[in-house]
Design a protein around this ligand. Structure first.
Ligand code: OSB
Ligand code: MG
Length: 370
């Protein structure tokens, strides 16, 4: 296909409640929505980069620049592109997986829509519905945490993930266990601890957690390996895994027992599938993470989460957990599950009126005259 125009919507959406993690508190999500017009039709995708480089080194303003000045020009210069060719064409640009992800995903969406084929079919989904988990932020006190967890359990969520940080770890976990019993429960530290915390965090072993996600720094695989050897709670990597190579290194070091696969973090769905395939060959369980995506990103995440290696419940929640007004038809929980879209491309239509409402700025990356 040939790219005719590429337009970014810089949008801002209020979250239904503040989301606090060890790296900050979000009351809104600022995101980029890419609309790619090709000779075969339109493709849409959502960029996960936040305004500030806190979760990873990427941030929204940098994503705009690298897309405009380095990534999109490589695709337009190539003339004819396919989704399979995108990663190779962008390989010369170091880093920026979230910016690469949005571009490859929009190409893939346009390509699949033109073929009337779904993401689910293309990626290799084997189920039509996936169980939904939910990620619960750090709250001002234990009482409000218990109320929030209860509301998600009442809604039918099949797994609860608690964000933790130094000073907010054993106590909230113990309170949730004591109150709700043997629910599927895990924690995520977003790299907030260091090697000196190995013994402290070992006490999480008392709570029969499914896993502890990314306790240590992104590049500190050795401390993750020490934890995996010392703790009975399985160690899961998120921030540390940006590619198949990173997974192979983590496997060689025995640095994890589980991997959270986020398409945005690894540069796109095609790399996400490759990571899934390697993990599956090693019998390493994986689950699909999220970045508070709107329906645009969530639709494709659901397709990925429907692959056979995704044996653990992911962080793909219903629209109502995030936004009052989603940018697609609402995703709703049915018996604790979300349906995997099976229409062409991502399988959802962008609600262009909702997108226009949320858009603060439109950035043309390639003129419609090309
Ligand atoms: O670490 O998994 C994370 C959200 C934003 C950035 C990082 C993370 C998260 C979540 C929420 O935990 C996942 C979701 O519901 O989309
Ligand atoms: Mg995480």
């Amino acid at each position: 296909m040939k790219i005719r125009s590429a337009r970014l919507h810089h949008a801002r959406l209020a979250l239904v409640r503040p989301f606090r993690t060890s790296f900050g508190t979000a009351t809104h999500r600022e995101l980029l929505v890419l609309r790619l017009e090709t000779d075969l039709g339109i493709g849409w995708a959502e960029c996960a980069a936040d305004p500030d480089p806190l979760y990873s080194s990427e941030f929204l303003a940098a994503a705009v620049l690298v897309l405009r000045d380095h990534l999109v020009p490589r695709l337009t210069a190539a003339g004819d592109v396919t989704a399979d060719s995108v990663a190779g064409l962008l390989e010369g640009v170091a880093g920026h997986p979230m910016a690469k992800h949005v571009l490859e995903t929009a190409v893939l969406d346009a390509e699949l829509r033109a073929q009337a084929r779904s993401f689910a079919s293309r990626l290799g989904a084997t189920v039509t519905h996936v169980p939904a988990g939910v990620s619960v932020g750090i709250t001002p006190d234990v009482g409000s945490l218990l109320a929030e967890v209860e509301s998600y359990l009442d809604a039918g969520y099949r797994r609860i993930k608690l964000k933790i940080e130094p000073g907010w770890d054993l106590t909230p976990v113990e309170a949730v266990r004591d109150t709700f019993g043997a629910i599927p429960l895990q924690v995520d530290a977003n790299a907030a601890y260091d090697r000196g915390d190995l013994d402290h965090l070992r006490r999480l072993d008392d709570f029969d957690l499914l896993l502890v996600e990314q306790p240590f720094a992104e590049h500190d695989l050795l401390t993750h390996a020490a934890a995996a050897a010392l703790w009975t709670t399985p160690v899961c990597l998120d921030e540390s895994i940006a590619s198949v190579h990173d997974l192979q290194t983590a496997l060689a070091l025995s640095a994890c027992d589980v991997v959270n696969i986020k398409p945005a973090r690894v540069g796109g769905y095609l790399e996400a599938v490759r990571i899934h395939d390697v993990a599956r060959r090693h019998a390493l369980p994986v689950w699909c993470g999220g970045m508070l995506e709107t329906g645009i990103g969530r639709a494709a995440n659901l397709a990925l989460a429907a692959l056979p290696g995704f044996t653990l419940v992911g962080d793909v929640s219903a629209s109502g957990r995030y936004y009052q007004q989603d940018l697609t038809p609402e995703f709703v929980l049915v018996d604790g599950h979300l349906a995997v879209p099976d229409g062409p491309g991502s399988g959802v239509e962008v609600d262009e009126a909702a997108l226009a409402d949320a858009t603060e700025r439109v950035i043309e990356l390639v003129g419609a005259d090309l």
